[in-house]
Design a protein around this ligand. Structure first.
Ligand code: NAP
Length: 334
């Protein structure tokens, strides 16, 4: 039977995930939507006969025609909805961040552990990107020996006026932080943030930044976030191992050589770069719901990322290294 999904938050990414769900007809159907902006939810429902509009996300989560919930409202609202979904024993896909504070993430982990099975998947879509998956496999296979350093660069051509300096850490670098943990199979124990000379294109924005994360087994992850890079959306990743180096390749299919130069296309934005990964992520979630157990990035991954972004925000404020202390990882997530 198709999984009946309710979507909480039909803003930018909510609409995109809703379209992804609709392409999975047979596996799932969208039966309900909700948004703080009720007219946005109604507009979604008008275009889609059979989709009910609920006055609040909590009403939607409790509804009988909703088997599973996709949370794409703004980050500060995620914890309440994820906790409600766990209480209702309904699988929930939550866009990043799982929650904006370590305490709320801990409450979610505790609630899921008490429930005794995985119900939560967090939207770290890079784990579904084919290039990152190849990189991880190389590390896991031991092809380049024990990993020593992970270099990651996250460059946006520009950002809207509403983008703040702290968002470079909790909104942008959070993906690099998650992928560092995933590729290295290790947890963060210390964070330092360097702030080079500002890019004048960003006005007063603290941009770029360099986050250095020490991992518990000694590897180091160096993350550059540049949000006024001008030339395109560029995601770079390289792992230096004891016996080799593995690097994410350029993603364009054609390189042009002409007049003594060679060049290729740089993606324009994160959608162009990661759309296939988003598609796989949502399909994997729906299939895992049908199979009765979440398998993707977990509440623990959401917790660890929020702890690390919190430490990075502290490090940039106090201009010193910050030790990262996490709770013990429950067996549910091993
Ligand atoms: P958005 O366009 O602002 O959409 C969020 C929607 O949620 C808005 O319609 C907002 O309504 C609504 N909302 C606010 N409070 C709510 C509440 N209490 N209950 C229900 N709906 C509520 O934001 P977005 O860009 O789609 O981002 C949504 C989430 O996805 C964020 O957590 C973001 O970090 C994440 N995201 C992840 C990726 C990724 O790469 N994985 C990419 C983009 C976004 P109002 O406008 O009236 O407040």
């Amino acid at each position: 039977m198709a999984v009946r999904v309710g979507v909480v938050g039909v803003g930018m990414i909510g609409k995109e995930h809703l379209r992804r769900l609709q392409r999975l007809s047979g596996l799932c159907e969208v039966t309900a939507v909700s948004d703080a902006d009720i007219s946005a939810a109604q507009a979604m429902a008008v275009e889609r006969p059979g989709v009910a509009v609920y006055p609040s996300g909590l009403d939607l989560i409790g509804a009988r025609d909703v088997d599973a919930v996709l949370v794409t409202s703004k980050g500060s609202t995620h914890a309440e909805y994820v906790l409600a979904a766990i209480a209702a024993r309904k699988p929930v896909f939550c866009e990043k961040p799982l929650a904006t504070t370590q305490q709320d993430c801990q409450r979610i982990v505790d609630a899921e552990v008490a429930c005794g099975r995985r119900l939560v998947q967090v939207g770290f879509m890079r784990r579904y990107d084919a290039a990152y998956q190849s990189l991880r496999k190389l590390v896991a296979d031991g092809t380049i020996g024990r990993p020593l350093i992970f270099y990651s660069a996250h460059r946006n051509p520009s950002v809207p006026a509403s983008y703040t300096s702290d968002m470079a850490i909790h909104d942008t670098a959070v993906h690099d932080i998650d992928v560092a943990r995933w590729l290295l199979g290790d947890e963060v124990v210390g964070i330092t943030v360097a702030t080079p000379r500002r890019n004048s294109r960003g006005g007063t924005l603290r941009d770029p930044i360099l986050i250095q994360m020490e991992m518990s087994e000694g590897a180091v992850a160096n993350i550059e976030v540049s949000v006024n890079a001008a030339y395109g959306y560029d995601i770079r990743g390289e792992i230096v191992g004891e016996t080799g180096v593995a690097t994410l390749a350029e993603s364009n299919p054609v390189v042009v050589k002409h007049n003594g130069n060679f060049c290729g296309h740089v993606p324009g934005d994160w959608r162009e770069r990661f759309n296939p990964a988003f598609d796989r992520e949502i399909e994997d979630w729906v299939r895992s719901v049908a199979g009765d157990s979440a398998t993707g990035p977990s509440s623990w991954d959401g917790y660890a990322a929020t702890v690390a972004t919190g430490a990075a925000l502290e490090a940039v404020t106090i201009r010193r290294r910050v030790s990262v202390t996490m709770a013990g990882r429950p067996n549910l997530y091993t």
